[in-house]
Design a protein around this ligand. Structure first.
Ligand code: CU
Length: 172
């Protein structure tokens, strides 16, 4: 498991455990014969829980927001790969790509929305980026292993969508 996946898993796991504890507490505290509720006390409790939820959401947001893949800088030694999507093909310039150095994909579309998805030789999806007409979509990815990677379109873009394939060759 990567570092980012671990951070996200721990964050969501923590919030899930707290949510379960809260639900059990609500279940236990509302069981049986209850005396007339003290509305002022309930109001205070609601305010406390509201604050707790806001704090938890803020912690979840700020502990994960820096790990979103967009806006990443590739650095000055980046390899640039300009790929164009058309109905129904990927136009790949075939720049020799190397492992260990960030690749900045600059993706454009000549017609409609496409989904640029890159898979390794084992068929595992590595990443996916939306490609929109009229915009250059950038995405930075560093390949760790040499080999041939498959590009598929995973945004339905018309009758020939299923044939929209390409490949990238990465050497060590
Ligand atoms: Cu498509």
């Amino acid at each position: 498991m990567g570092r980012i996946a671990l951070i996200i898993a721990v964050s969501y796991g923590t919030v899930s455990v707290l949510a379960i504890v809260f639900l059990v507490w609500v279940g236990v505290s509302t069981r049986g014969n209850q005396p007339e509720p003290d509305l002022r006390k309930i109001g205070e409790r609601e305010k406390t829980w509201f604050a707790v939820v806001v704090v938890l959401l803020a912690v979840l947001l700020f502990s994960t927001i820096l790990f979103t893949p967009y806006g990443r800088s590739a650095g000055k030694h980046a390899q640039i790969e300009k790929i164009k999507a058309i109905q129904f093909a990927w136009i790949v310039p075939g720049t020799p790509l190397k492992t260990g150095t960030p690749v900045e994909f600059q993706l454009t579309s000549a017609d409609v929305n496409h989904g640029f998805a890159v898979y390794n030789a084992g068929g595992k999806l590595l990443f996916e980026v939306q490609v929109m007409p009229g915009k250059t979509q950038k995405y930075v990815y560093t390949f760790k292993k040499p080999g041939t990677y498959t590009i598929l379109c995973i945004e339905f873009c018309g009758v020939g969508h299923a044939h929209m394939q390409g490949s990238l060759t990465v050497s060590a």
